[in-house]
Design a protein around this ligand. Structure first.
Ligand code: SF4
Length: 637
């Protein structure tokens, strides 16, 4: 057993002493998976770093014990701790790019781990390394073993990291978001591999993840962390069947799926509090929908719950001495505006879209070889509707979206048509499946790929994009006002300064930000707030269609719920259409009207969301859906 007792981790920060972990205890048994879950900033990753004694320079273990076979690892010299790392306790980090040696072939890195921690040497160690590469799903392992990390994709690097860590055959593995960067099919393969290793060698796994679907399929025990403490710990089945802490209940209700279509998700108000502050009462009280008068004054202890099995403990005063609740909803109220009254009309008709990237160029600069990223896809989007493009990384879904937004004109060869129908008079309703005549400026729908000059600028205004990474997609040197004004100045030059300011105020109101946000820089905001800024930027030019490229995949479940609620409300009030690019099937079920499944640059199956996801006809769609980890809906939902 690996036992943590009363762990305290402190960090020195500008704001003061940060109590990142404040009195944690848990026991990880061989052959078992213990999942740590919770929002960013709750202390999950810091726990992992503390267990490996790899805290950042400003951090220290301020108390507690880490017991492995009767030995307190916090007492070991650094030299002896190095033997424990890798050999007894392995760790897979969140960021594979920084964990591999860039100037060493990946095979040599795995062989090094094998030779350091197992009796195998030379050719035997190399053969074992190839075997590990195969087990983590690296194609052509005999060839790839001699690659350098820079030649591999992010997902492949993550798999190399996993192979390297497992090759040392540790007794315990700490895996911090091990599969977040991977496609669902590879993720399923890695999770199966970890289960096999648990059966074969009794691997004890501490799994840190925000994906409750993965937890549901893997964990024997679950601990939910909030603000540096465990607030609920339980056998996994009991946690999902009868979560007791209000935070756990809200998190499960924030998960999107088909059953919640048409209703707002439980978006938990507020954010995790900064951990340099001291707490007089329950740390979750400001966000809790069950808060009671004394919750702000009495810190709750982690204790058993009367009607639950042994091992199910909760840090909440509800289960001690129930008193009058405050009459205050914690779930953000949804302000329902007037629904948009437009009827369904065909908005965009994409026909046989092909996107090819030049791979090499000849003597006179012309391309001689191409990579076909999108190999002929067709789809239609109606006003006020959402089409989801799903598929694994590299299947062409993002490329297809970028082509529509005209972001690839200089980099790629684009063929096919993307007919944009005018707003005033539509093509035929797409429900009949026939494209009728539009009456655009010249009486016909416009082909986006053939527009130039003023016509192109006008079309750009109608289709905007929101990217996956709200950190990278906003210019850090511009204040929010400048970020939002950029598009306005280019695409709506008719607006004067007062009109622009009025519009900006309107926009930040709509996306749920305060007006003083306009004077601040992007780095001053959380990930969810930045994504709201990105949405406001897209809305500024009053588009009819927004391409949403994995807009919530970098966000916590509760923040994802806020963003999905916002998009849903904008669609309802403005009649917006979305092309939603995602690999998250739960999100697809919640937001999409139609779905197109892409594989290797082509659409292999498309149609009504319920039909495609409920009764998939193609083998690939069935494989994709089968690989998606899901939380089984029980009483918590
Ligand atoms: Fe909510 Fe009170 Fe329980 Fe904290 S102690 S989770 S505020 S009910």
């Amino acid at each position: 057993m690996l036992k943590i007792e009363d762990l305290k981790v402190h960090l020195d920060a500008e704001a003061g002493l940060v109590r990142a972990i404040d009195g944690m205890r848990l026991t990880l048994a061989r052959g078992q998976t213990f999942a740590l879950v919770g929002e960013s900033g709750c202390g999950k990753s810091m726990t992992a770093l503390a267990l490996m004694r790899l805290l950042p320079d400003n951090g220290r273990i301020a108390g507690g014990r880490l017991d492995l076979d009767g030995q307190d690892l916090f007492d070991l010299s650094e030299a002896r701790m190095r033997d424990v790392r890798g050999g007894r306790i392995g760790m897979i980090f969140q960021e594979p790019g920084t964990s591999l040696n860039p100037v060493m072939k990946v095979g040599d890195q795995i062989v090094e781990a094998i030779e350091a921690h197992t009796p195998l040497r030379g050719a035997q160690a190399r053969a074992k390394a190839i075997d590990w590469l195969r087990r983590v799903g690296i194609p052509e392992p005999e060839r790839r073993i001699d690659e350098y990390p820079f030649r591999l994709s992010g997902g492949q690097k993550q798999r190399i990291m996993i192979a390297m860590t497992l090759a040392a055959e540790p007794d315990y593995l700490i895996a911090d978001e091990p599969t977040t960067a991977l496609d669902v099919t590879i993720q399923a393969q890695i999770l199966d591999l970890l289960k096999d290793l648990q059966r074969e060698r009794g691997l004890g796994l501490l799994l840190i993840t925000h994906d409750l679907g993965v937890v549901s399929g893997m964990a024997h025990q679950v601990a939910l962390m909030y603000a540096g403490q465990i607030v609920e710990v339980a056998p996994a089945a009991d946690f999902f069947e009868a979560p007791k802490h209000p935070y756990a209940r809200l998190l499960l209700r924030a998960l999107p799926d088909a059953n919640r279509r048409g209703e707002p998700l439980a978006a938990i108000a507020g954010t995790v509090p900064p951990l340099w502050q001291t707490f007089d009462g329950c740390r979750f009280a400001p966000r809790c929908d069950r808060a009671m008068v004394h919750c702000g004054m009495t810190p709750p202890a982690l204790a058993g719950v009367p009607d639950r099995p042994v091992g199910h403990e909760v840090r909440c005063l509800l289960y001690t001495d129930v008193r009058e609740p405050l009459s205050r909803p914690a779930v953000q109220p949804q302000v329902a505006s007037e629904p948009h009254r437009d009827t369904r009309r065909l908005l965009l008709d994409v026909k046989d879209l092909k996107v090819r990237y030049p791979l090499s160029r000849g003597l006179f600069g012309g391309a001689t070889r191409y990579f076909d990223a999108v190999g002929g896809v067709s789809y239609r989007i109606e006003s006020g509707r959402t089409l989801a493009l799903v598929g694994e990384s590299g299947c062409g879904k993002t490329t297809s979206g970028k082509a529509i937004v005209q972001l690839l004109r200089r980099q790629a060869v684009i063929e096919g048509e993307a007919l944009l129908y005018p707003a005033s008079v539509a093509g035929s309703t797409a429900s009949t499946g026939a494209a009728g005549e539009g009456t655009g400026p010249d009486g016909v729908p416009q082909d986006l790929f053939r527009l130039e000059g003023e016509a192109l600028r006008a079309a750009r205004r109608q289709i905007q994009i929101i990217f996956q990474d709200p950190f990278a997609s906003l210019n850090p040197r511009l204040r929010v006002q400048e970020v939002l004004e950029e598009g306005l100045l280019a695409l709506r030059p008719e607006l004067d300064a007062p009109a622009r300011i009025a519009l900006l105020h309107d926009l930040v109101d709509q996306v749920g930000l305060r007006r003083d946000a306009l004077g601040r820089f992007p780095h001053e905001f959380s990930g969810g707030q930045r994504q709201r800024i990105a949405i406001a930027r897209a809305l500024a030019v009053e588009p009819r269609l927004i391409v949403c490229d994995e807009p919530t995949s970098a966000l916590d479940v509760s923040v994802q719920a806020q963003i999905l609620n916002l998009l849903r409300e904008l669609q309802r009030s403005r009649g917006l259409s979305f092309l939603f690019i995602t690999h998250n099937i739960g999100v697809v079920e919640y937001v999409a009207d139609e779905v197109a499944v892409m594989q290797a640059g082509r659409i292999v199956e498309a149609g009504d969301c319920d039909a495609v996801l409920g009764r998939p006809q193609q083998a690939y769609t069935r494989t994709l859906l089968a690989a998606v980890p899901r939380v089984e809906r029980r009483s918590a939902a």
